[in-house]
Design a protein around this ligand. Sequence first.
Ligand code: TYM
Length: 329
Amino acid sequence: MDIVLSGIRSTGKLHLGNYYGALQNFTRMQENNKCYFFIADIHSLTTHPDPKLLHENVKNVLVDYLAAGIDPEKSVIYVQSDLIETTELYLYLNMHAYLGELSKTSSFKEKARKQPDNVNAGLLTYPTLMAADILIHNADKVPVGKDQEQHLEMTRRFARRFNHFYDVEYFKEPVAYNFGNELVKIPGLDGSGKMGKSEGNAIYLADTPKEIEKKVKRALTDSGPTEQNSVKPDYIENLYTILKVVSTPDVVKHYEDKWNTCEIRYGDLKKQLAEDIIKVTSPIRERILEIERDNEYLKKVTLEGAEKARESASKTVNDVREIMGFKKF
Ligand code: TYM
């Protein structure tokens, strides 16, 4: 039985990228693995969110998690800031994380460019907090999208370094995980590389069918191919990439054939794409509307989740303290 840990930052509602990168299918893993799903609210502080919105965003992710099929009877679902053991481990791991490697991380460089007036230490040590999230439960598998690959690599390095420095075989080296052979990257609808919350190009699990139709309709296209079997420009390839995850293989083949014979009508492709996205999101949206009203249930889930998460977390922190040489008088 593997230990699986999935995390999502509480910076807004979940979109299709989060769903296919870290959630869809993983709900199936609940049956025969020990699964943890948590909401990374401390990580969200690196961009200084409005305190009035912090709780609302945690709630959004929690509700979306539950609506997408995470079952608190089978999995542990908790809020990062409820498990203070993680921040203790983060502190210890930081003693073995170096400025050179942290400042070279792609996500740090990107954020430093985006928010030059707020290059805080939390941003720099984002990967050590993420490593602590994972190592606190000694997870084997971490479902993530392609953008988190480097963070997982760093987690393995931190685990290895700790083991080596203290001459123990304590931490496992967790692997980034997705069904299929590769980590996924769901593109945005604006022709850009990645669907993201801050990019304004996302389709959310909570979007209404009308909103989805409107967003898909607005996606960038052109006047169509003029040569048979030509290579698709990125913004068209993006639409096909999304089609591949939401539609059946025969539907994808139909539109690939249309492209290859220059008979593609983007109107039809977009209609199909919107329809198939709505098929995925509609049942989730219905559950979102039910669950979000039930504050008592959300309270119970997070309280019990934190308690269950603490079982493995407090053991890890106690072991780590001992390994590092802390002793009681
Ligand atoms: P966040 O909130 O940016 O994204 C959450 C998860 O969704 C995936 N994802 C995508 N996958 C495919 N295509 C996309 N367009 C796309 N956009 C987002 C991300 O890869 C991620 O798996 N650092 C993490 C949060 C975190 C975490 C952890 C994750 C903190 N501690 C420990 C796993 C384990 C993050 O920024 O997630």
